[in-house]
Design a protein. Structure first.
Length: 279
């Protein structure tokens, strides 16, 4: 479903519909990436946030902007030349998804708001995806995307913290972050954003000190730890609070709270880069 923007030749897509089979191959690949010894098989429930590896649009190469994101399409960037950052989201499980399901994901823009951020003007776009199996809603997935002005080039070199902070909580998992992990997650989720695999681009164009750890990957790691502590909740809300770069360490920390689990990602220095609740 699409509409025309008055006064331009650009086509604006206001809804995206993608059908997919929840195949065992993607689940096996994601299990290997996340270090799970046993992968879900036909009929098993798909773990929380693993749907990130499904319902993937596959634009043509000529449709990509220099940063690797689509130049036009869905959601259409507010204007050309902006940086795009994943900011967080909320997922509510209904029946959930199972391996083998034939499902359809319908995505629309829920809101678009101009804001003034710490580093200048920004546009916050929230999309809402309703994923269904037949007539049954499986899950509702809201995602927040921030569009920012261009960053100053030439970030500082990435490196390990000189003052490590020991992560403590009811459950802790530390993950080794290297270019191989980031590349494999980009490939599995068809994510061409160059900040995750092109170090020179990340540093010289977008101003990062090194490769950037995917926000969705941090969310999936938080979901893994949260569901291990509390398997029966239904709503996962998460937000990215600071970029996490290679060489800084990645520690996922979960604590039980009334009604669920609170979880965070922090680097070696204790800087929190993502937070979530599973309730």
């Amino acid at each position: 479903m699409s509409g025309d923007r008055s006064g331009t030749d650009e086509q604006v897509v206001d809804e995206q519909v993608v059908g997919d089979r929840i195949g065992a191959d993607q689940a096996l690949a994601l299990a290997g990436l996340l270090g799970r010894e046993v992968a879900p098989v036909e009929g098993d429930a798909l773990p929380l946030l693993w749907h990130f590896a499904y319902f993937l649009p596959r634009p043509a190469q000529h449709e990509l902007a220099p940063d690797g994101h689509v130049n036009v399409g869905f959601p259409t960037p507010p204007r050309a030349g902006l940086r795009r950052m994943f900011a967080g989201g909320r997922v509510r499980l209904e029946r959930g998804l199972r391996v083998g399901d034939e499902a359809v994901a319908r995505t629309a823009v829920a809101s678009s708001t101009e804001k003034q951020g710490r580093h200048g003007p920004m546009t916050l776009v929230t999309t809402r995806t309703t994923t269904s199996v037949g007539d049954d809603v499986a899950l509702v997935d809201d995602r927040d995307i921030v569009y920012l002005e261009s960053a100053p080039a030439g970030g500082a070199a990435a490196g390990a913290s000189s003052t490590p902070v020991e992560p403590t909580g009811d459950a802790v998992r530390s993950v080794d972050v290297d270019p191989t992990l980031l590349f494999r997650y980009s490939a599995l989720t068809y994510n061409a954003h160059r900040i995750h695999y092109d170090r020179e681009y990340a540093r010289d164009v977008e101003g990062h000190p090194g490769l950037v750890v995917h926000g969705p990957l941090q969310a999936v790691l938080m979901a893994e730890l949260a569901t291990g502590l509390e398997p029966d909740a239904s709503t996962f809300a998460y937000r990215l609070t600071s970029p996490l770069h290679e060489g800084r360490g990645l520690h996922v920390v979960a604590d039980r709270i009334d009604g669920g689990v609170e979880v965070r990602v922090q680097d070696d220095a204790g800087v929190v880069t993502a937070r979530a609740t599973w309730t």
